[in-house]
Ligand binder design. Structure first.
Ligand SMILES: Cc1cc2nc3c(=O)[nH]c(=O)nc-3n(C[C@H](O)[C@H](O)[C@H](O)COP(=O)(O)OP(=O)(O)OC[C@H]3O[C@@H](n4cnc5c(N)ncnc54)[C@H](O)[C@@H]3O)c2cc1C
Length: 408
């Protein structure tokens, strides 16, 4: 087990500086344009693919870094550049992790390369879990997958919503109900291969922030996928369902939704994205406060402004420490006895919202215009308290973990 450290090693610092350079030179200059266009920034993804940032190799290297700091460091640097573009770059990784975590070696080898494509022909992937009536309450999911034994195929029907890269993805990972009696224990994940008939994009959402990231409904109408597209395989699913049914019988009630607890390990990554956005806004505000003069002196000479900056920086550092701790715990298999993953996401995402609002205030009228990036950062920051579990759900998970109550 790696000891917890608050310092990046030399290799990590090198990667951080390389990512920061890409963020500063390629992502940040393109941010305003793609925010206005509200489209996937394909040329930027392609640039990222050319230098090796948009690839499974890069993602896996950070993911398996034993110190646990690889992913948070990478997320912070990319999202420092711009949240919408960065999400377009890392969104595929979120779907790929679903396959890495649950898929067989063959599934990983077959589908993950197709999620990324190559530098000359980049592709993206989508992870589709949320539904119009099943957001926080994943157990209310209605999308069904029914096994057609004669053909060894699964038939999927339903509507997914809010899917990042939904409909434009080469590969979709779709979560569906296979046993409605078991709540979230009766869910399974499926690969929907490229050009599968029956899968279509529904509404594309016009959003408040992260507008360079594509978010859409995904409609599944009699989508047939081969048995080999069930992540983990049928034997493993049957075993898992049998165990869940036994437990449900023993408990005499529907199995409680414990799925949210499994998100503990991925939540620090979202916290790190929030730290990146918060740090970006803080830096703009600090520079501005040092150079903008009113009443014959820089505005930072006023305690009212200086103390805000002190609070902003303190919260950002505190958020990063919570994120790094949770990420180290996840990689080293430590038990989240106090929902430390949720804590890190809750604190970092609320920090990003507060800090970006403070940055707008420090820039005054300029902060409220699109001439300065803090306006965009403030809009972008709002997402962190919503996706991958809202702040209320994080508090619920923390409180229930502390009290020993089941998480549902
Ligand atoms: C830009 C964007 C990208 C997304 N990307 C993806 C993706 O790629 N894949 C995917 O599957 N999903 C994705 N999502 C969906 C996201 O995870 C959900 O929006 C989120 O889980 C919240 O669900 P909901 O929107 O249905 O809100 P609801 O669950 O309806 O919640 C509404 C409000 O009620 C509160 N609330 C609900 N239940 C409780 C409770 N028990 N206690 C206290 N308060 C509660 C919530 O905190 C929230 O404030 C994305 C969403 C957005 C906006």
């Amino acid at each position: 087990m790696a000891e917890f450290t608050m310092e990046l090693n030399d290799e990590q610092k090198e990667v951080r500086d390389w990512l920061h350079g890409f963020s500063a030179d390629v992502i940040r200059p393109a941010a305003a344009e793609w925010d206005e266009r509200e489209e996937t920034p394909w040329p930027v993804i392609q640039e990222a693919a050319k230098v090796g940032i948009y690839s499974l190799d890069f993602y896996a290297q950070q993911y398996f870094d034993p110190t646990g700091l690889g992913i948070p460091m990478a997320m912070e640097e990319l999202f420092w550049g711009d949240a919408g573009i960065a999400l377009s770059i890392v969104g595929t990784g979120l779907a790929a992790v679903g396959v890495l975590a649950n898929g067989t070696e063959e599934q990983i080898g077959t589908w993950i390369p197709q999620m990324y494509g190559d530098a000359n022909d980049v592709k993206v992937a989508a992870f589709c879990s949320s539904e119009p009536d099943a957001g926080s309450d994943v157990a209310s999911m209605r999308t069904r997958a029914v096994y057609d034994e004669a053909k060894d195929e699964w038939v999927i029907n339903g509507t997914k919503t809010w899917a990042t890269n939904g409909g434009i993805a080469n590969v979709h990972v779709v979560v569906a109900v296979v046993d409605s009696e078991l709540g979230s224990k009766g869910h399974a994940s499926f690969i929907v291969p490229p050009n599968t008939p029956g899968l279509s994009q529904g509404q594309k959402f016009k959003k408040h922030g992260i507008r360079a990231s594509h978010t859409a409904e995904v409609v599944l109408e009699n989508v047939r996928v081969p048995g080999s597209c069930l992540l983990g395989g049928k034997a493993k699913l049957d075993e898992r369902l049998a165990r869940a049914r036994e437990r449900a019988k023993a408990g005499g009630e529907r199995v409680k939704n414990a799925a949210m607890a499994t998100f503990e390990a991925s939540r620090p990554a979202v916290g790190a994205m929030a730290v990146g956005t918060a740090r970006a806004a803080y830096e703009v505000a600090l520079d501005y406060a040092k150079t903008r003069e009113q009443f014959g002196r820089p505005i930072i000479d006023n305690q009212g402004v200086a103390f805000q900056l002190a609070d902003m920086r303190t919260s950002i550092d505190a958020a990063r420490l919570l994120v790094w701790r949770a990420s180290w715990m996840a990689v080293n298999g430590k038990q989240f006895t106090a929902a430390e993953g949720s804590m890190s996401k809750l604190f970092a995402s609320e920090t990003a919202k507060t800090v970006t609002a403070q940055a707008v205030q420090i820039l005054g009228g300029n902060g409220y215009t699109r001439e300065y990036p803090v306006e965009r950062m403030h809009r972008d920051a709002a997402i962190y308290t919503i996706f991958e579990g809202t702040s209320e759900i994080q508090r619920l998970v923390i409180a229930r973990t502390l009290s020993g109550m089941p998480i549902r």
